[in-house]
Design a protein. Structure first.
Length: 613
């Protein structure tokens, strides 16, 4: 499940950063057919790999340890999952998946719709892996469920990964649809976005567990002696929770337990039937002590901080990546070409370092802390139980009966052998528990201090603007060395400045364009728009905006230029002329009419001398 979190984040990055172009095929039917062929070949490849693994297992049952075969199985799952991501990227960037989805009515209005289809599309590949991996799984691991149950259980287990993203996306869509000005202003500001995301994520973590409980089909654990033992142990430990739930993973045959929920009223302990049947009452209490450790040390809260930290870091980091790429003349030519294919190539390349940042942050940095959180919970179980043996026995039984590799670590867990060794060391060295907690606390403090300083540096300090200036100056110097009065250089800079909403520098670039060519219509129009609508009041110059807009329309009376002229009339208090001009723009417009209609409504409702919005 944890690996699939990273896979799904990568899939979302690939989809969101794709610039939709018509691409290789001009027909959606052809694209769908080719995508289907890719899936068929992927299914055949999955079947071939798992058949080979199954044959290898049966032929070498006595030569190789069960743990070695199980690690090979998980390795095959990982390789096929990565291959499915590569095929997904091919479908998005070459076979126009996003382009054709956006042609469906309503898909441009609600961003959740094309993204949800993309996620479901990726889950089809994961389901294919689980479908063909089922025979090998049942041979290697104790499993008596049907193939259908196995696939559906995996889907139900992993699907909650996308719940937070889906709910957040729906909120964004509703805010955009309802056109609430106050909320829109929040989302136009990076700090506002971060605050909203923080509040949203905390509320989600607090109140989502009951919904996940329902999604997984969990029910209250039946009253048995083992449940009574668990209840008594939790009561003596002073642990508060809502309920102990039967976790029906693979119809309860998976041997695991967990805890979810920050607030006691929404906190649930989950345990599968297999684990209940496998472990003694004392061993089950040791597992509960481990789960209590996660809450005691507030690991769930730290995971929220990790997500917020990545968001804070990525906002500024993506800007740096963008400017670093724009500093390359070839990549910059792709960006400014204004041709869909070239722009699509730029953003596909832009997604590569973004994906690498996701892998580095979550797989390696957050993975380091996740492993040590698990060790901290293990050691807390020793502290609560008074001895390590019950926790050790529970781990050894799970490894033996589930077929897990005892010596194989994962990126988010130490191996069972490493966990057991650490628990035995705690018996010989009682101070190990305190030392590990102190060491982990120091790592957390150092990491979050570093994260905070990097986040501030990349988003708010003068260093960020200096980095931006360095890259843009590099571009300028590259192009002005041979041609100091090259108007195209200023056009390039104006394009980047305005795209990044650095309007003061965009104004400077447009002024230089007009110095070199006073009749450049685009520069006249864009500069007029800045002078009429900039949020920075020091940039506003309504009379000059009107003068420039009139000159632009005199050169080209396009709907875009007429819209700027109407805005200039409006901010100068000439409401009637603004209405007349925007109506002329509407008569000539073949697209973007919804925006022009909203402008007309704004002018009609406004009063003379009203400022532009």
């Amino acid at each position: 499940m944890f690996s699939n979190i990273i896979y799904i984040i990568i899939v979302l990055v690939l989809f969101q950063f794709n610039y939709p172009v018509e691409g290789l095929f001009r027909s959606p039917i052809i694209s769908i057919f080719v995508i289907f062929l890719l899936w068929v070949n992927f299914a055949i490849y999955c079947r071939y790999h798992f058949s080979r693994l199954l044959a290898f297992y049966r032929d070498n049952l006595t030569r190789f340890a069960q743990s070695k075969v199980s690690s090979t199985y998980h390795s095959v799952i990982t390789k096929l999952s990565i291959l499915s991501i590569m095929i997904f990227a091919l479908c998005v960037y070459i076979l126009n998946l996003k382009y054709w989805l956006l042609k469906i009515p309503g898909f441009t209005t609600f961003s959740i719709l094309p993204s949800a289809v993309a996620i479901l599309f990726f889950f089809c590949f994961l389901a294919t892996i689980w479908y063909y991996g089922y025979p090998a799984y049942c041979a290697i691991f104790p499993c008596s469920v049907t193939r259908r149950v196995y696939v559906v259980s995996n889907i139900k287990l992993n699907f909650p990964i996308v719940f937070p993203w889906a709910i957040l996306t729906v909120c964004y869509d509703l805010i955009g649809l309802l056109a609430w000005p106050s909320l829109k202003r929040i989302f136009e500001d990076e700090i506002g976005q971060f605050i909203f995301f923080t509040v949203f994520l905390i509320l989600l973590v607090l109140f989502l567990p009951p919904f996940i409980k329902y999604w997984w089909g969990c029910s209250s654990l039946p009253r048995t002696e083992k449940k009574e033992s668990i209840v008594n142990f939790l009561r003596k430990s002073g642990f508060k929770y809502k309920d102990i739930l039967r976790w029906p993973l693979l119809e309860g045959r998976m041997m695991t337990a967990g805890v979810m929920g920050l607030l006691p009223k929404f906190r649930y302990i989950l345990v599968t039937d297999s684990l209940l049947n496998l472990l003694s009452e004392e061993e089950l209490n040791a597992v509960m002590a481990h789960e209590i450790g996660h809450i005691k040390y507030k690991h769930i809260l730290f995971y929220i901080f990790f997500l917020l930290g990545y968001m804070a870091l990525s906002i500024g980091l993506f800007d740096v990546i963008f400017y670093a790429m724009a500093a390359n003349p070839w990549l910059f030519d792709l960006l400014r070409s204004q041709k869909e294919l070239q722009t699509g190539i730029f953003y596909s390349l832009f997604s590569v370092p973004v994906i690498l940042s996701v892998i580095l942050y979550f797989r390696y940095i957050m993975g380091f802390f996740m492993r040590n959180f698990e060790r901290q919970a293990d050691l807390y179980s020793v502290k609560l139980m008074g001895k390590p043996e019950p926790t050790i026995m529970s781990l050894e039984k799970i490894a033996q009966m589930s077929g897990q590799s005892r010596n194989l670590p994962s990126w988010h867990h130490f191996s069972i052998a490493e966990r057991v060794e650490c628990l035995w060391r705690s018996l010989q060295d009682p101070q190990l528990i305190k030392r590990h907690s102190r060491r982990l606390a120091l790592f957390l403090i150092a990491f979050f201090l570093l994260l905070a300083s990097l986040g501030y540096t990349l988003n708010f300090s003068s260093i960020k603007s200096n980095i931006e200036q360095i890259f843009l100056t590099h571009i300028l110097n590259q192009q002005l060395i041979d041609s100091p009065e090259n108007i195209e250089t200023y056009k390039n800079l104006a394009y980047i400045y305005q795209r990044r909403e650095n309007l003061s520098k965009a104004k400077w670039a447009y002024e230089n364009i007009l110095r070199l060519n006073p009749d450049d219509g685009m520069a006249l129009n864009n500069l007029a728009w800045i002078l009429a609508t900039a949020r920075d009041t020091t940039l506003l110059d309504y009379p000059k905006a009107l003068l420039l807009a009139k000159r632009a329309v005199g050169i080209e009376s396009s709907p875009t230029f007429l819209d700027t002229l109407a805005e200039a009339y409006y901010v100068n208090g000439l409401q009637d002329k603004a209405i007349q001009t925007i109506k002329e723009a509407l008569e000539k417009a073949s697209d973007n009419r919804e925006y022009l209609i909203s402008q007309l409504e704004k002018f009609k409702k406004g009063s003379k001398g009203a400022p532009g919005s």
